[in-house]
Design a binder for this molecule. Structure first.
Ligand code: HAM
Length: 410
């Protein structure tokens, strides 16, 4: 029988490598709570129309990348390719947003893409959505959140690429301009682009095959109306107050249709250019109405966890265990077990191995398990002492059992 493998474009993450994922998740949850975002849990699949309408029928995501199937009840459902449309659907279902609603989520998303490094068919996002505010301050807060997350996790040299694509009317004006520009160069366009000249000409800006043709096309940022322009100015001023570095990118096009006004991406300048963005977001004031709700301004982002972990290097972000307890003789196993139980009850992350391993083998296991320290229960135990070794620095000392807690938390 042939052996099974994870489906193409998906992957398994097992201990100890998965510790980085747990740390990344924990950091995300902590930061979301610090910024005042409550948890939103929504299904991993939705009625296909939530995404077809929400994300936009003419986007790559909806046209080519959705995992859509008919369930046993004959309904068309789709594994979520992103969660903004889901969160908005949930908010509408709950009766709409009174005042403000700040929500965060974390979990797998599904897009049928051609897999390569940093691009998968099941990938992980952590996202926040700030619903009910049209204030530039809300945009600034969300942009700051993504930047701080990358900072904490240790992704170096992140650039915030920022743009504004204006309001619906501005986009309509721009659409005519870009359409005219493309029609003048129709013969040079790819088949996909030719098809989109009438349906969604702005998408062509996003097309790699047409990059040369559109290099000097008019940009969305040049067509902002007075209000969008003022809003954008206030977002920029807000970023400057917080000393958040950004570069204006008037060519920025996001792959989803619901955006208006502010859009941005986080790009680590030292990371491989093909899959450069480790997160992105924008304002989406029209999405509630598209999904059948009352007009509700909103802004949000999603961070691409897979790419963030690639960009933060292969190093461990933290220890999986505070300490690994090492026993030098079977007669001390009962004492060691009691010590492990006691330290765990004090909230520390502690483990030991099962019977019959040499001290050397136990040290090896401590290392493999990403333990920060080794606590040796040996000859000194009868005097109430243990030998502890910091496995990062190599520092070693003999301390009393009572002192262990302090040593580990130092
Ligand atoms: P997005 O730009 O489509 O935005 O995705 C956000 C991030 O998810 C990307 O920057 C990238 O890091 C990661 N990502 C996307 N596709 C893949 C893939 N196939 N493999 C690995 N990583 C991937 C959204 O999804 C919006 N919902 C963000 C948002 C929230 N806008 C407003 N609120």
């Amino acid at each position: 029988m042939s052996t099974f493998r994870a489906p193409k474009g998906t992957m398994d993450v097992l201990p100890p490598d998965s510790q980085r994922w747990r740390d990344a998740h924990r950091l995300f949850e902590d930061l979301a709570e610090q910024f005042g975002y409550g948890l939103a849990l929504t299904p991993m699949f939705e009625d296909t129309d939530v995404f077809a309408r929400g994300v936009g029928g003419d986007t790559e995501v909806v046209e080519k990348q959705m995992y859509t199937f008919t369930d046993k009840g004959g309904r068309s459902v789709t594994l979520r390719p992103e969660a903004t449309a889901s969160v908005v659907r949930a908010a509408i279902q709950a009766g709409g947003v009174q005042g403000r609603l700040k929500a965060s989520y974390w979990g797998p998303m599904f897009r049928y893409e051609r897999p390569q490094k940093g691009r998968y068919r099941q990938f992980y996002q952590g996202g926040i959505e700030y619903l009910g505010s049209d204030a530039p301050e809300a945009d600034v807060e969300v942009i700051e959140f993504g930047y701080r997350y990358l900072e904490r996790i240790g992704v170096p040299n992140v650039e915030i690429r920022l743009g504004s694509i204006g309001d619906a009317e501005d986009r309509a004006r721009y659409r005519e301009e870009i359409r005219a520009f493309l029609l003048d160069r129709f013969e040079q366009l790819s088949d996909d682009a030719q098809r989109r000249v009438d349906t969604n000409p702005m998408r062509v800006l996003d097309s790699k095959a047409d990059a040369a043709v559109v290099a000097d096309a008019p940009k969305p940022g040049d067509f902002l109306g007075a209000e969008a322009s003022q809003h954008f100015g206030a977002v920029r001023a807000g970023l400057e107050i917080l000393d958040l570095p950004y570069t204006i990118d008037s060519t920025i096009v996001r792959g989803l249709d619901y955006y208006n006004r502010t859009v941005w991406e986080y790009v680590p300048t030292t990371y491989d250019a093909a899959q450069s963005s480790v997160g992105g977001g924008g304002r989406y004031d029209g999405l509630f109405e598209i999904l059948g709700g009352k007009p509700t301004p909103a802004v949000g982002l999603a961070m691409g966890v897979d790419r963030i972990l690639l960009a933060s290097g292969e190093s461990r972000t933290g220890w999986a265990l505070d300490a690994f307890v090492i026993v030098t003789g079977d007669e001390r196993r009962a004492d060691a077990r009691r010590l492990v139980s006691d330290l765990r009850q004090r909230g520390l992350r502690i483990d030991m191995t099962d019977t019959g391993r040499s001290v050397k083998a136990q040290f090896k296991e401590a290392d493999r398990r990403a333990a920060g320290n080794a606590i040796v229960v040996g000859d000194e135990w009868s005097d109430g002492l243990v030998s502890v070794k910091n496995l990062g620095t190599g520092d070693q000392t003999v301390i009393t059992v009572k002192e262990i807690d302090g040593w580990l938390r130092a």
